[in-house]
Design a protein around this ligand. Structure first.
Ligand code: ATP
Ligand code: MG
Length: 464
């Protein structure tokens, strides 16, 4: 019987010693002397490595010449209690097979630390670093926790389309999807591009949000969520924006703004707690390496109620703040991230949920407040991040909704299907969008959103 491969994670946790094991992974380093060689292996199952000890009498130097940094190896041997410090167990190697050698001179991941900027240029190899291994494992854990949370709370996962025929939400910042020739598109009689000849017979784009379709599903299934890729061609070259990112959008029939805030707060706290409970080793590494306050911040967010206040109250606080802002604040202007971060990091020192924004700066579908000036919007603001969630109670009244659409020049004929939910059995409902990468950014303590997705897309960059 051939021996089954064990992961490094399994071996490090094993109490079952003095047995034959087989491990496969990539060499992180090899060192030693003329009597013994130590081969340090990582296989991605954990941030930790296992040490294989190869005695020179069994492994003359030429048998190990390809066992260098980055090489893929299979090592067979006996799992034993380690003689050395720093690890509980190690492998006394009996066989070392090089599955794939790596040219040591050319291998881009050398022992000395490499900048995160440089690693972005070699994003195809960066998952092999401790940092990106940790980030990717945490990203996975958070995605799993999202599904688990919603499943446990009676939400259904709905797959909304990625190619959309309406540009109601994202006019101006959408990526066009077309099969027409770029240099010689068919023209209509008036000289404009004839989209009736395009693949779908009309103009189509990549979605900026699954919300509108999510609302349709919520008005049938009650509680739903989407979790899929979204695309924004906004030219925001910031550390918090990507052109392709993943968004989680729960939508709940019969919920009003208050319940929407309760859901957002409980959801975020649950996700942070899940990461603390399940990603301890990776978080400890990031805390040590990048941000000594990371763990304390995660615990603080998980355990303390968020501050809730209205946009109007926030503007008062900002106007009387001692701090000088680059952008002045006045009732009616959208808050910039410097304002959001002042509220969260300086004033309240905890996450903030801002509600009831002026209708002029929010989307057409948000429910109008009784004063006619503000809407039932809610933004959740996080330390170090700014906006992590944007959401609202939706306008369920057909007349008020179509009036808002007309005022904001949203073409109603494109959204007939959306308006039907307000014609047939309309009801209060509310939801929000959580940018998945902003969540991963917060939980990992990384400082640039390009470092929390495997292959980031941003202006002038679509490598890999
Ligand atoms: P911002 O003001 O930061 O651009 P937004 O108001 O455009 O955000 P929404 O349209 O409300 O954001 O989208 C919901 C959530 O999606 C945001 O709270 C944020 O977490 C995330 N998000 C929005 N745009 C991006 C982006 N370009 N890259 C990554 N995440 C994003
Ligand atoms: Mg935006």
């Amino acid at each position: 019987m051939s021996l089954k491969r064990s992961t490094v994670k399994e071996l490090l946790a094993s109490q079952d010693l003095d047995r034959e094991v087989l491990v496969k992974g990539w060499v992180r380093s090899r060192r030693g002397n003329k009597y013994v060689q130590f081969i340090i292996v990582n296989d991605g199952s954990t941030i930790h490595t296992i040490q294989a000890v190869a005695a020179a009498e069994n492994f003359p130097e030429e048998t190990l010449k390809d066992v260098g940094n980055g090489a893929a190896v299979a090592i067979r041997g006996t799992l034993v209690a380690s003689q050395g410090k720093g690890q509980a167990v190690e492998i006394q190697a009996t066989e070392v097979i090089v599955l794939g050698a790596a040219d040591a001179e050319a291998y881009p991941l050398q022992k000395k630390a490499t900048s995160l900027e440089h690693l972005r240029d070699i994003a195809h190899l960066r998952p092999r670093t401790n940092t990106f291994g940790a980030v990717l494992r945490i990203r996975h854990a958070l995605a799993f926790a999202v599904h688990q949370y919603f499943n446990d709370h009676g939400f259904y996962y709905v797959h909304t389309p990625i190619i959309t025929g309406s540009d109601a939400e994202g006019a101006g910042q959408m990526f066009r999807v077309t099969t027409l020739s770029a240099d010689k598109p068919p023209l209509a009689e008036d000289g404009s591009v004839d989209y009736t000849q395009d693949f779908f017979g009309k103009q189509t784009n990549l979605t900026v949000s699954g919300q509108l379709e999510g609302e349709l599903a919520a008005m049938a299934l009650g509680s739903i969520y989407t979790f899929g890729p979204t695309f924004r061609a906004e030219n925001s070259n910031t550390a918090r924006h990507l052109a392709e990112f993943w968004m989680i959008e729960p939508e709940v029939a019969f919920n009003e703004l208050e319940e929407n805030m309760d859901l957002a707060e409980d959801f975020l706290q649950s996700l942070v707690k899940y990461a603390l409970a399940n990603c301890a080793d990776d978080l400890a590494f990031l805390n040590e390496q990048y941000d000594k306050e990371l763990l304390a911040r995660l615990h603080s967010v998980a355990d303390n109620a968020f501050q809730r206040l209205t946009y109007t109250e926030a503007v008062e606080i900002l106007k009387s703040a001692k701090q000088k802002f680059e952008f002045p604040v006045d009732w009616g202007t959208d808050l910039q991230s410097e304002h959001e971060r002042y509220l969260v990091e300086k004033h309240f020192k905890k996450p903030v949920i801002l509600t009831n924004y002026p209708k002029e700066i929010k989307a057409f579908y948000m429910k109008l407040d009784d004063d006619g000036r503000t809407v039932r919007a809610m933004d959740v603001l996080f330390p170090g991040i700014g906006e992590i969630i944007g959401g609202s109670q939706r306008e369920e009244d057909y007349t008020k909704l179509t009036t808002r659409m007309a005022e904001m020049n949203v073409p109603a004929h494109d959204l007939d299907w959306y308006l039907d939910t307000r014609r047939f059995g309309t009801a209060p409902h509310a939801g929000f969008g959580l940018g998945f990468e902003r969540l991963v950014l917060f939980v990992t303590g990384m400082s640039n959103i390009r470092d929390v997705i495997p292959f980031p897309r941003y202006p002038k960059n679509a490598a890999f």
